[in-house]
Design a protein around this ligand. Structure first.
Ligand code: R5P
Length: 290
């Protein structure tokens, strides 16, 4: 078993290797002045069972290109099997043709990963589970539900008296599974997305008054959805608010928004690398679960 890492989340790749008790594979990525990338394996891959860890976090295009080159180089170096480990597959958000003359990028990126030679894909919490079907090679789609529920239980011992709040209809299944694990109630927000950074909540369905609210989602990007979800929960009388998501992407105004938000904590798994600077700038609100 050989594990290699792209540049996007080396700490995660290192943690995986530590867990397996093997060294992280030696490879090097360089960028030329014209922005071309070159990847070079510094050890033999011949007949190896190769896993390449690369999250699609910003800069996403570089992350994708580097992964493609790593897959292709591994195949050229006679690797036995190549698994693309993509903890965060950002293009899963582009999963349908919801306006004219656009690309379903989630499918197109799946096509190029397979064309590069990936034999298998391992990923976590796709924005919508059917994105799995964009791949023809086998996909292991992992869930973070167990980790997120255990985290809530640790923070709030009487979690069964709280309520899990889904920020939109798309996250209701996930929220319902976590509510079952916590043995607590469920509520949801009917949300409308206005732009990349702005959303508008239309109604909160369920009861949060006087309760500890657990907000769960697949990801936080600009935190626009989160801000509106927290505000409506507060206006409906929520007591404490805890947030946990799989992917802490935190782009654009996210950190500033979270720092000013009336929540106890915003936690994410380590599928996306979250820098110490971001954690500090969040007024201590951000936490990363491993
Ligand atoms: C939306 O459908 C997703 O489940 C997340 O709520 C969304 O991707 C978060 O994006 P942002 O943080 O930019 O509102």
């Amino acid at each position: 078993l050989l594990v290699f890492s792209g540049q996007s989340n080396r700490p995660l790749a290192q943690a995986i290797c530590d867990n397996l008790g093997i060294p992280l594979g030696a490879s090097k990525t360089e960028k030329f002045t014209n922005d071309n990338i070159i990847v070079h394996y510094e050890q033999s891959l011949r007949e190896g069972d190769v896993f390449i860890v690369q999250s699609f976090s910003t800069p996403v295009s570089d992350a994708i290109m580097e992964l493609l080159l790593m897959i292709d180089a591994a195949k050229s170096a006679s690797a036995g099997r190549v698994t693309a480990v993509i903890p965060y597959y950002s293009y899963a958000r582009s999963d349908k043709k919801d306006s004219p003359r656009i690309s379903i990028a989630g499918r197109m990126v799946a096509d190029i990963i397979q064309a590069a030679g990936a034999d298998r894909v391992l990923t976590m919490t796709l924005h919508s589970p059917q994105v799995h079907g964009f791949f023809k090679v086998p996909v292991d789609h992992l869930s973070a539900d167990r980790v997120l529920s255990a985290h809530f239980k640790k923070c709030v011992p009487n979690a069964q008296e709280g309520v899990v709040l889904a920020p939109d209809a798309g996250s209701i299944k996930r929220a319902s599974q976590i509510a079952r694990r916590l043995d607590c109630g469920l509520a949801m927000i009917d949300k409308e997305r206005l732009s990349d950074t702005e959303v508008r909540p239309r109604a909160l369905i369920g009861d949060v008054e006087g309760k500890t609210v657990f907000i769960v989602d697949d990801e936080i990007s600009t935190a626009g959805s989160l801000v509106e979800t927290v505000n409506i929960a507060r206006s409906m009388g929520a007591k404490d608010v805890y947030v946990a998501v799989t992917h802490g992407v935190y782009t654009g105004p996210a950190i500033e928004r979270i720092a000013a938000l009336d929540v106890t904590q915003v936690a994410s798994t380590n599928t996306v690398y979250v820098s110490e600077e971001k954690i500090k700038a969040s007024n201590g609100k951000l936490a990363v679960l491993d």
